[in-house]
Design a protein. Structure first.
Length: 430
């Protein structure tokens, strides 16, 4: 048994006795991990990604330290308004990743199974609900969520509001993309501003909000520049960094830390060596805990993940002079909103831009949007010359197993890509 498993067992034992003690132990463990990130970072990572590990851990610790100044949010809520209201985004999906990494996800999932919650609900959501019901997750100031792309949101966040007895605000995003739809969402965001002011007692200043949304746009533009430069470069990566930047390019947009991270990325890429090995573009969430995936893609020069769909779902094409309309436009034109064709086309565009050799479409158990579009996605990716592997699994619940199948199928896919590249190189030289 390793230290993480032991830590998880102690967290569950203390939480059963006294949830407050369980939370204190969880916070202490995460603070110890953050100390390691600060003073003994993984030297295989480039400086930007070392900073990102700290930034994300601090984002997870903030709600544990000060839950009264935090708001539970779904992943695609525009959080600039919350930041200006003095509320830290307390994201359900991100917390479930960290709970899984701390080996307490089974304890949380068991709670939802005992309650009869459907196993077809996304395991990220079930993990967070179970942690909340066990008392491991502290009570927030409020909850803000959107129906954007994930139908589990409609169940999860209302359930949490009832459990915690806190006010809840829902943002409805239409699946169509007309100017009227943007105006409809803009109106809701203006209402959210008033609602947040009422709940927090803090005035949201328009000039500061405008500056924050401008920072979001600037950050996205810089990230797009980094992605362009990355197409010809090799960047060593683990299995959590792609998931981290999925969070930074969504809920943490608008923060100074996020812009600093992207500035570091652009500094690092200038020093990176030339591209090498098989370049994989990953669609949907990533099972970072999987030993099978780890054995094939964790800091490997012969095969690495060069991009993740969740990094590039928001465009920088918005006008920050009207911050409410800018955020509304970002939501309505979100790459995962609307038809599955938009999501696939967005994935194709980014995979090509990053010079990916192949694509993994991860069929995360419980995500109907992903599962339903899988066969169409494979067809469309391969029509444009991008081999696509449909890989079944669960991003958060390791008890679903399938490690042997994952190792076999992913390994065979990488071998096929290598053989194709060798064949193409031989034909060119001939």
């Amino acid at each position: 048994m390793n230290i993480t498993e032991t830590f998880g067992q102690y967290v569950t034992k203390y939480t059963d006795r006294n949830p407050a003690q369980g939370r204190r132990l969880l916070k202490l463990g995460w603070e110890a991990q953050n100390f390691k990130f600060r003073h003994f970072p993984d030297q295989r990572l480039m400086p930007a990604d070392r900073y990102l590990a700290q930034f994300m851990m601090e984002s997870m610790l903030a709600p544990l330290k000060s839950p009264d100044h935090s708001a539970i949010v779904s992943i695609f809520v525009p959080c600039e308004l919350l930041q200006e209201a003095g509320l830290h985004p307390y994201n359900a999906e991100a917390f479930s990743c960290y709970l899984e990494a701390s080996r307490v996800e089974r304890y949380c999932l068991q709670q939802t199974e005992n309650d009869g919650l459907s196993e077809t609900l996304c395991s990220y959501h079930r993990t967070f609900i179970g942690a909340a019901e066990r008392g491991l997750m502290p009570k927030p100031k409020c909850i803000v969520y959107t129906n954007l792309t994930c139908d589990a949101n409609l169940v999860t966040f209302r359930h949490l509001a009832d459990l915690y007895h806190v006010p809840c605000f829902s943002i409805d995003v239409p699946m169509t993309m007309t100017e009227a739809d943007i105006s409809y969402v803009e109106k809701q965001l203006r209402d959210l501003k008033l609602w947040l002011e009422h709940e927090t007692g803090k005035t949201i200043e328009e000039d500061k909000l405008r500056s924050r949304v401008e920072r979001s746009r600037r950050t996205l533009m810089k990230f797009e520049q980094y992605q362009t430069a990355k197409a010809e470069k090799y960047v060593p990566t683990d299995l959590v960094t792609p998931l981290y930047s999925g969070m930074t390019n969504n809920i943490l947009l608008g923060t100074e830390q996020n812009e600093h991270y992207v500035d570091l990325l652009n500094q690092d890429i200038k020093k990176a060596g030339p591209a090498r090995g098989q370049r994989i573009y990953w669609m949907h969430t990533l099972p970072f805990w999987s030993d099978a995936v780890r054995s094939l893609l964790y800091f490997k020069e012969d095969a690495q993940i060069v991009g993740d769909e969740l990094q590039s779902v928001c465009s920088s094409d918005f006008d920050p002079s009207n911050p409410y309309r800018a955020m509304a436009s970002r939501m309505v034109h979100h790459a995962l909103n609307g038809s599955i064709h938009r999501r696939i086309d967005n994935g194709i565009a980014h995979a090509r831009a990053l010079h990916a050799d192949g694509v993994v479409w991860f069929n995360h158990w419980g995500c109907k949007h992903t599962l339903g579009g899988a066969l169409l996605a494979k067809k469309k990716f391969e029509e444009v010359g991008l081999p696509c592997l449909l890989l079944d699994g669960d991003g958060c619940d390791r008890s679903h197993g399938g490690e042997g199948q994952t190792l076999t199928r992913l390994g065979a896919f990488l071998e096929m890509l290598e053989a194709d590249k060798a064949k193409d190189s031989k034909e060119v030289s001939a």
